[in-house]
Design a protein around this ligand. Structure first.
Ligand code: N01
Length: 545
């Protein structure tokens, strides 16, 4: 497309990760729409294109971290890791793109800079950083929930003369840590996955930890082929269970409270799910670890004891032990050899809660006590402007010139996390207010893409020009999302779920905590009730000459 070209499209999709790829397939190949996908990277993959840090992999088991819309695709693809590693997920998404010919209408290396709803034509006018301008009836965001990286504005940050990287935009050629003094700032999922791997390569690793975290061992390994074959025979039932579960996983969900059994039984159940590894500890042990403080504390104590058992130096173990927030209030971390890493002589834990970072210097990091850590490489594992950051970096303008960024100034406001009042025909895949980040993402993405496809088909079948949430339905949904979150552990920590990691960001719990199954049912009811809560606009009659 040249700068001058104006293209009239049916739909623009932003992003070519899991969301954008499947949305493209549905709209282009199944509804036969004219679609363009804009993607900032030079290939498909989204999150998995950018997050190439050492040790990056998904915390969902591989057989569930994939598309389920095509049976043969599921049967043909062979995962090699129990948890899929970043290169393997990227290979998978490459394969999906090839198999369904999903690249031909993607404009790579192109970012959408603005999107304005033109009320006269009832079309979105979309502009990119290449100067493209297209118009489309529908605008669909597949921009991910965690794609706008956040590097804290430490004093002197840019004076560092060594190498500095953020985990979320890792160099494709990799980073050579051999013989280097490395500092990792941040111990969330990205830090926890990369720290053990970097430790094995670097001359010395300093980990700058502000908040100790609860972690469950992944028990990663190669996939058991016999298990995978069995799963493939049962895919329909497995995915059906996952789609109607709380977290998008097919696990048997316990109904028992952690307080309903005696201590010996409680410990045995924790131990069993701990040995199984991964999210089973959270979703497969007891029903109330995220809703009952005493149950959460029982899980916390179990994990604290595991840390003491694993880490040889009691002082280091104590620094690594979380006490200031309940278990289940932040994203539960799944690790491989994380605590074991602190038994290495070439790894040092720096507690920046008691001795905060004062400045980044040309040669390292100085903490408030005056201690200076000489470094060759700094890795920022400091997270993302989650859920809203990627919306805010696009200038999105709806009816009456209203900017989405302004509307969301006090926190995101959506109906079902699918759309926002005043922004007609704008669909958000896994937007704020939907289960999204609290679930196994492909399950949530497929549900949204299918719902959006059906809505667009409905509009076309009935000659309806626009769909947008009503202000009332949106307000009710917002209240509901907040009410559900209020009694949970999530409200008791400074997490990115609450926007607490970004200075000045309003403290609002952004995802829907009611569970995938309940949410799916609600979305189905909305459709059955004639798109309840949405205003459907008939096409404006053509203007006389
Ligand atoms: O980011 P985070 P992430 N000074 O925000 C610290 C998904 N994900 O990239 O806890 C000092 O969790 C911050 O400290 P504190 C997953 O959903 C999934 O690791 O705020 N430290 C924290 O330790 C995950 O939750 C996978 O006190 C500062 C860290 O940086 C989400 O992405 C893999 C600081 C940030 O942790 C984000 O994970 C990777 C400051 N000013 C990511 N600011 C898998 O599926 C921040 N920190 C495996």
């Amino acid at each position: 497309m040249t700068t001058e070209t104006v293209t009239e499209l049916d739909a623009v999709i932003i992003g070519a990760g899991f969301s954008g790829l499947y949305m493209n397939h549905r709209l282009r190949d199944q509804l036969g729409l004219e679609v363009v996908v804009f993607e900032g990277g030079d290939n498909v993959g989204g999150t998995w294109y950018w997050n190439r840090y050492p040790g990056a992999r998904c915390d969902s088991e591989s057989y569930m971290y994939c598309f389920a819309f095509d049976r043969q695709l599921m049967q043909d693809w062979e995962w090699s890791g129990k948890y899929p590693e970043q290169p393997e997920i990227l290979r998978y998404l490459d394969h999906v793109a090839d198999r369904f010919d999903l690249r031909r209408n993607v404009r790579f290396r192109t970012r959408v800079t603005s999107a304005r709803f033109d009320e006269a034509t009832e079309r979105w006018v979309v502009r990119t950083d290449h100067g493209d301008e297209v118009t489309a009836r529908y605008l669909i965001t597949g921009i991910g929930c965690l794609s706008t990286g956040q590097i804290p504005n430490f004093a002197g940050r840019d004076s560092f003369t060594g190498e500095a990287y953020h985990t979320g935009s890792w160099p494709h050629e990799g980073v050579d840590f051999a013989g280097k003094r490395v500092g990792v700032i941040g111990t969330g999922s990205s830090g926890v996955q990369s720290i053990p791997v970097i430790a094995r390569q670097a001359e010395h690793l300093h980990v700058f930890q502000r908040t100790p975290q609860y972690m469950i061992p992944a028990r990663h390994g190669t996939v058991d082929k016999a298990v995978l074959d069995k799963v493939k025979l049962d895919y329909d039932a497995i995915f059906d269970r996952a789609r109607h579960s709380v977290g998008g996983f097919p696990y048997d969900v316990p109904t028992r409270s952690a307080l309903s059994v005696d201590d010996a039984e409680r410990q045995a159940i924790f131990e069993q799910t701990w040995q199984e590894g991964g999210f089973r500890f959270v979703f497969g042990s007891f029903s109330d670890l995220r809703t009952n403080l005493a149950s959460s504390e029982a899980a916390a104590e179990f994990i604290r004891a595991k840390i003491r058992e694993t880490v040889h130096d009691p002082e280091v173990a104590e620094k690594l032990t979380p006490r200031d927030h309940p278990f289940g209030s932040k994203r539960t971390l799944i690790d491989t050899d994380y605590f074991e890493t602190y038994n290495r002589d070439d790894v040092t834990l720096v507690d920046i809660c008691t001795d905060p970072i004062a400045e980044i210097t040309p040669t390292g990091i100085r903490t408030t006590s005056g201690e200076h850590y000489e470094l060759d490489i700094i890795v920022y594992a400091t997270g993302f402007d989650a859920m809203t950051g990627s919306f805010n970096r696009i200038d999105i303008e709806g009816r009456g010139g209203q900017k989405l960024k302004d509307k969301w100034a006090a926190g995101p406001v959506t109906y079902l996390g699918l759309g926002s009042a005043g922004f007609p025909n704008l669909f958000m895949i896994t937007g704020p207010g939907s289960p999204s980040v609290l679930t196994n993402m492909p399950i949530a993405i497929e549900q949204h893409v299918d719902w959006i496809t059906d809505a667009i088909r409905h509009l076309d079948d009935h000659g309806i020009a626009t769909i947008e949430p009503t202000a009332e339905a949106e307000a009710d949904w917002g209240r509901h999302v907040n009410e559900l979150a209020a009694p949970t552990m999530f409200m008791h920590a400074d997490s990115w779920y609450l926007g607490a990691n970004i200075p000045g960001k309003p403290r609002v719990f952004m995802p829907y905590v009611g569970g995938m199954g309940t949410y799916r049912t609600r979305c189905e009811e909305v459709v059955a009730n004639g798109y309840e809560g949405f205003a459907l606009g008939v096409a404006a009659p053509a203007l006389a000459d």
